[in-house]
Ligand binder design. Sequence first.
Ligand code: F6P
Length: 343
Amino acid sequence: MMRVGVLTGGGDCPGLNAVIRAVVRKGVQEHGYEFTGFRDGWRGPLEADTVTLDIPAVRGILPRGGTILGSSRTNPLKIDGGIKRIKESMGKLEVDSLIAIGGEDTLGVAQRLSDEYGIKVVGVPKTIDNDLSATDYTFGFDTAVNIATEAIDRLHTTAESHMRVLVVEVMGRHAGWIALHSGLAGGANVILIPEQRFDVEKVCGWVTSRFKASYAPIVCVAEGAMPRDGDMVLKDESLDAFGHVRLSGVGEWLAKEIEKRTGKEARTTVLGHVQRGGTPSAFDRWLASRFGLHAIQAVHEEDWGKMVALQGTDVVRVPLAEATARIKTVDPKLYEEVGVFFG
Ligand code: F6P
């Protein structure tokens, strides 16, 4: 009897439960596997902290946001004896292999456990940021873009009523995918992404030209975007008490600069974790379910060290190393193309 461990690591994301459900249903019904759910990402196998994972446990979870397994950013490679503890608890619990559902960090750990320590792992990509290489899309992204787009739609009407500038800050530490997609879909007048430093004067120029056309401007800025003059004060990359990176302030800072330089009133909305919470979109449920079905198939075929990925309309398998080597950022040509709408 094969026993498969499942864990979800890193920031949560709509669609995680859809993956878990697909893995368990296909695994039990087609292959007769048993499952062990590990709690809170890599903390689960480190501490042998488990949760029952069978057909009744996955009933009704498809439309639910978050993850029934819990999540954390625990990294066993940074813990003394971490790998040994994972191997021991897998042995004790008779878990033969692992499905790790996560982003860059979680899958980076999965890749090293597989390639360097011989642990049987299959990876599933997730992140609302859509910045994982080797896959065209990650689930969670579509939901986040829909939430941000709806917010921008709503901001237009209040901005117009008061003829103010509204700056909306969306997630995206290293990549501007959410800003680019929601900004374009919501008709923002300026979109600022981490991949290209922005010129505040140019932003103010676009804002002013928008007012001249009798419209109130919406500026959509990714949390990791930086001004060209490199005012580092606005980007606080320090670690918090939990060892997490905190970025804050670009939206607020920019609104103040715009007010100062254009004389127009500006307000900021920081969408934050609203983008990660709640029910997944139909697309994300579809993609996450397909990823789950393909991941358990990879386990069945003992195709270790791979990550399932969407390429075009096909779900394929790629080496985990390929997926985690670098993050996928916005192509400058694509950003330039969208720039035609600025101002
Ligand atoms: O990686 C996804 C992400 O949502 C980033 O866009 C954001 O910067 C980060 O997570 C926030 O993470 P935390 O949950 O630690 O606040």
